[in-house]
Design a protein around this ligand. Structure first.
Ligand code: FAD
Length: 432
């Protein structure tokens, strides 16, 4: 399978990384940094790298991100740092993501920085969910002297990083490595615990937590309620990606993966999840993968690089096609759709839906006082930043701001971590 341009750009040798870093113009007003949602000091880390000072480069990154090896690989760089680089004018922007990844990977091998572990004396915080939002809050608060316990529903931490984004874009070993670093800060992980089922927010407060952070993402995949929805073989893309991740980890057998080799796969929706599911299905051995989207190429929510990779790898696209029926008897045999005023049909052994997601209500429905909007997103305030309508309960990431990106979840989570710290400090002062 052909590697995409993006994948090629992400594994530099030391010499290549230094050469790439040396091309940086160190602009007085660095547009790349403005383009980075977490305001990474990009020119400085690249400058240090260009001098071969990898430890300094790593220190600079660590000031803003707990997950550089992840961001280096999966951030939408074309819209952020790379997209803002002035060298775009010459068609050859600095590959900031590749350089960030290089430093993070080198650090993982060589142990460039040793963090001081803070005494956990400032308070006790529960974090629900271990995706980018939960990991960021946990890492930042642990560094600031809080005792943090993460509660995670799955058997392993990582959220979408582990169970959504496919291995070929984000190796699970990289995610596990980043999580180990957060654990090394003194964060405790409790897995296989579903808050709202195994214990509630009220149970947590009775365990003397000073604050609780909800970073549970958008676990409920949106459905497509058209005729034939009940047929077997119509599944959610996120379910397929999760089962593939579990299969690759050796946790489930091949017969539990909901796609078989040589299957004809149709995917409804054209966002990044659809692209990931399509490219994963092809790698798994599907004989064909076709994405059906009700709008056109220009409206597609997926990143252009992801679309291009999917196209290069053989994914087919049908634009302006409005699904009307899943056909077949008990098992799906195809998808009928309306295009140019006519009803057409495409054959399928499996049809995957990739039409969005929203938060589950498990936590908010098993306690009181946490307000959500009409779509189920948790409502938060600006002071203290990220606090919900219930005192001491905070929220951040996709569960508040809708499905977005890893770095946007991290950006918000960093601000919420500050909100939690100031809130806990204030209540401790009042207790004196
Ligand atoms: P999540 O990552 O969803 O983490 C939530 C965690 O909470 C999960 O571990 C979940 O198991 C846990 N949880 C939920 N409910 C409970 C409960 N009741 N009790 C205990 N634990 C619970 N973004 C990018 O920037 N680049 C990409 O390339 C990219 N690709 C993507 C591909 C896919 C297939 C998907 C689905 C998303 C992708 N995204 C990408 C989006 C990005 O992954 C999300 O925006 C980000 O993970 C959100 O982080 P989060 O921490 O808010 O939530």
């Amino acid at each position: 399978m052909a590697q995409s341009e993006y994948e090629k750009n992400t594994s530099y040798t030391m010499q290549e990384a230094i050469n790439e870093a040396k091309r940086c113009l160190r602009c007085k007003v660095p547009a790349c940094q403005k383009g980075c949602p977490i305001n990474n000091d990009i020119p400085d880390f690249i400058y240090q790298l260009s001098k071969g000072n990898l430890g300094e480069a790593r220190e600079i990154l660590a000031k803003k991100t707990n997950l550089p090896a992840v961001c280096g690989r999966v951030c939408p760089h074309e819209k952020q740092c790379v997209g803002h680089c002035v060298l775009n004018a010459k068609g050859n922007p600095i590959q900031v993501g590749g350089l960030e990844q290089f430093i993070a990977d080198f650090d993982a091998e060589m142990g460039l920085i040793k963090e001081n572990i803070a005494q956990k004396t400032r308070g006790k915080v529960a974090v629900i969910g271990s995706g980018p939002a939960g990991l960021t809050v946990a890492g930042d608060l642990a560094r600031e002297g809080f005792n943090v316990i993460i509660y995670e529903n799955e058997s392993e931490p990582g959220g979408v990083l582990l169970y959504g984004i496919p291995e070929f874009r984000l190796p699970k070993a990289v995610v596990r490595r980043e999580i180990k670093k957060i654990e090394a800060l003194g964060v405790t992980f409790l897995t296989n615990v579903t808050v709202g089922k195994d214990l509630t927010i009220d149970d947590m407060f009775s365990q003397n937590f000073d604050a609780i952070f909800i970073g549970t993402g958008t676990a409920l995949a949106r459905d497509l309620e058209i005729e034939g929805r009940e047929k077997s073989g119509v599944i959610q893309s996120t379910y397929f990606l999760r089962m593939i991740a579990l299969y690759n980890a050796g946790s489930v057998d091949e017969d539990e993966v909901p796609v078989s080799k040589e299957d004809k796969v149709v995917i409804v929706g054209a966002g990044n999840v659809a692209m990931d599911a399509a490219r994963t299905a092809l790698r798994y051995g599907a004989s064909s993968v076709t994405i059906v989207y009700r709008k056109g190429l220009e409206d597609m929510p997926a990143l252009k690089t992801e679309y291009k990779s999917a196209l290069d790898e053989g994914v087919e696209f049908i634009w302006y096609a409005d699904p009307v029926e899943f056909t077949g008897d008990h098992t799906v045999k195809g998808l009928k759709f309306k295009k140019d005023g006519e009803i057409k049909e495409i054959e399928a052994d499996v049809i995957m839906l990739a039409v969005g997601s929203r938060p589950a209500s498990r936590i908010v429905s098993t306690t009181t006082g946490i307000g959500v909007n009409d779509s189920g997103y948790v409502i938060t305030k600006d002071k203290p930043y990220g606090m919900t309508t219930r005192k001491g309960v905070f929220a951040g990431g996709d569960v508040v701001h809708k499905p977005a990106t890893v770095v946007l979840a991290m950006k918000e989570a960093k601000k919420v971590a500050e909100g939690i710290a100031s809130y806990v400090d204030a209540i401790k002062l009042l207790e004196l």
